[in-house]
Design a protein around this ligand. Structure first.
Ligand code: FAD
Ligand code: NAI
Length: 510
């Protein structure tokens, strides 16, 4: 009885605590403190992008120290790890978006935001040229933003490797609009397949969902899609049940190459049980409106070209450089040999450049292009910039004190100032002692469908590899805790609760 009473009290207190915490988060979100105006006499720090890297920088940056300008065509932060769930409606897209304006109004000093794309960075002149790509344009004639310091956090584009037809016929999975387009196409394929007098071959084609790229994006999407079919489509449109089929095509011998071998095997086994077909060692070479052409090696070791008809094609073959990054690289001789992005040093400064930093998917710092890396890089830069501002402040104070000391009337006064100078010099040395960026890998997680996930987690000195439904609980809690705001967290929980087949009890645990 005592144990039960203790458990009841503990549950009661945690629920109450959760409610208080949630309400306080929402209150803070609605009522930020007074904001100081941006100070144009301070150094202008221009931040490109509103993704994982840039937003993590802005979160921790003391904006009072700089005249901060943010430029990005996307006026919201997107929590990409849950984007695959948006393609099937498990998660509503607004649940994983956070308006950048709402976030910026909480900064101590105001930050300027321009909804525009940086089209060119003139490194010599220290100017970013911008273009408003949105539908509604004003009458502004200037498209130049001057900078003293620049952070490039523009992420990456979808890689197509120049394969013909990909852009015209395939769907990518990087932005909210991509997820919406995929969702629409899944439904369109199902409805068209059940349209009157459709031939059996056409029905088969329309209901063949092909995913190219066996990295985490492709695997997570394939898992979500199969779930959508099992939980909803099969019931809504029973006549498609025999023909709906998901295939994952991967050029390498296995999917999820960044995970441990046993988790790769587990994923492949789970996909088999879920009836998702995996075609490894198969390289797509051409894409047409209704089929893809893929090269594979047959049992006799001979290369063959296979035509694979599809209704929906999702293309998830990784990252490529954005043009603005390519152009900046061409202006800096030290970047000449880099192919994958802006090479940075241990303080994330673009090699061969001064006062230009790069973070996230557009930077090459020997880490995988992940949200984890981008956000840690952003947080590091915020600390660096905060310290740099302190350094400038102390140096200014030091030169003032030196001047005072030079004209001091008597020895006693000079000695006093000397003591202050020594103290400040000590502080300056401490502040300047900022070590290089060190990435701390927390592990890799991926959802693989039917309420299972795989996780390679750094555990003290070793690595813990696990897969299954418990890992799925962990996946949910980890992503819930990583959500940008309390509002996002509440909305994501509500979305999970609305999806009865995805396990209501799992929501309670997560
Ligand atoms: P992004 O987050 O892509 O942000 C780039 C920003 O730059 C955007 O705001 C964009 O609008 C803006 N921009 C683009 N062009 C310009 C321009 N010319 N001028 C100005 N601004 C510009 N990683 C994980 O660690 N865990 C996961 O579970 C995970 N899941 C993922 C799921 C999916 C579907 C995808 C696509 C990626 C996932 N990733 C995950 C990878 C992760 O999202 C990226 O590594 C991360 O977004 C990189 O952050 P970033 O700041 O470099 O770029
Ligand atoms: P990726 O680069 O990880 O994988 C792309 C895959 O496509 C590769 O395995 C490649 O061999 C294959 N491929 C390339 N061209 C091909 C072709 N013509 N035919 C067939 N296969 C081809 O890309 P992804 O999955 O988009 O991920 C990008 C980054 O985002 C990665 O760093 C990844 O770690 C990260 N990410 C992490 C997630 C997580 O941790 N859960 C989820 C999604 C992305």
């Amino acid at each position: 009885f005592r144990v039960l009473r203790f458990l009841w009290r503990a549950t009661y207190i945690s629920i109450l605590g959760g409610l208080v915490y949630g309400s306080y988060g929402i209150y803070l979100n609605r009522h930020p403190g007074e904001q100081a105006e941006p100070d144009p006499t301070k150094k202008t720090l221009v931040v490109l992008g509103t993704g994982w890297g840039s937003v993590s920088l802005l979160k921790k940056l003391d904006t009072e120290n700089y005249n901060v300008v943010v430029i990005s065509p996307r006026n919201y932060f997107l929590f990409t790890p849950l984007l695959p769930s948006c393609t099937t409606g498990t998660i509503e897209h607004r649940s994983i978006m956070e308006p950048i304006r709402n976030f910026l109004r909480h900064k101590k000093a105001a930050v300027k935001y321009y909804e525009a794309e940086a089209t060119k960075i003139d490194y010599e002149k220290r100017i970013v040229y911008i273009n408003d790509e949105s539908e509604i344009k004003g009458a502004t004639t200037t498209n130049e933003v001057k900078f003293d310091m620049l952070v490039v956090g523009v992420g990456a584009e979808n890689a197509t490797f120049g394969i013909p037809g990909v852009r015209e016929h395939g769907c990518f999975l990087k932005e909210v609009s991509d997820a919406q387009r995929i969702r629409k196409r899944i439904m369109d394929c199902c409805e068209t397949a059940t349209f009157k007098d459709q031939s059996p071959e056409e029905i088969k084609r329309l209901l063949h969902m092909v995913v190219v790229g066996g990295g985490p994006t492709g695997v997570e999407f394939a898992g979500e899609l199969q779930d959508f079919f099992e939980n909803d489509l099969r019931k809504w449109i029973p006549e498609i049940a025999n023909n709906f089929h998901v295939t994952l095509v991967e050029a390498l011998p296995q999917v999820l190459p960044m995970f441990s071998k046993n988790l790769i095997d587990y994923t492949e086994q789970t996909f088999k049980e879920e009836t998702i077909e995996i075609r490894t060692k198969t390289m797509v070479k051409n894409v047409t409106e209704k089929y893809i052409e893929a090269e594979y090696t047959d049992a006799a070791g001979v290369k063959q070209l296979d035509k694979i008809p599809y209704g929906l094609l999702v293309w998830a073959t990784g990252n490529a450089l954005r043009p603005v990054v390519k152009d900046l690289m061409s202006q800096i001789p030290a970047q000449k040999d880099s192919r994958r992005g802006l090479v940075v040093n241990e303080h994330l400064v673009v090699k061969g450049a001064e006062n230009v930093w790069a973070i996230g998917d557009c930077a090459i710092a020997n880490y995988a292009p992940t949200a984890q890396v981008a956000s840690q890089e952003g947080a590091f830069l915020a600390r660096l910039f905060n310290q740099m501002a302190k350094t400038d402040e102390i140096q200014e104070e030091l030169s003032l004190l030196s001047e005072k000391q030079a004209v001091a009337a008597n020895k006693e006064l000079r000695d006093g100032i000397f003591g202050d100078i020594k103290e400040l010099q000590k502080r300056l040395r401490r502040v300047k002692q900022m070590g290089p960026f060190e990435y701390s890998h927390q592990g890799s997680l991926a959802y693989i469908g039917s309420e299972k996930a795989v996780a390679d987690i750094s555990w003290f000195t070793g690595n813990l590899a696990s897969g299954g439904q418990l890992t799925y609980l962990f996946w949910r809690s980890a992503y819930l805790s990583m959500c940008f705001s309390t509002r996002n967290r509440v909305l994501v929980i509500m979305d999970w609760m609305k999806s009865p087949d995805k396990g209501f009890p799992l929501v309670i645990f997560s």
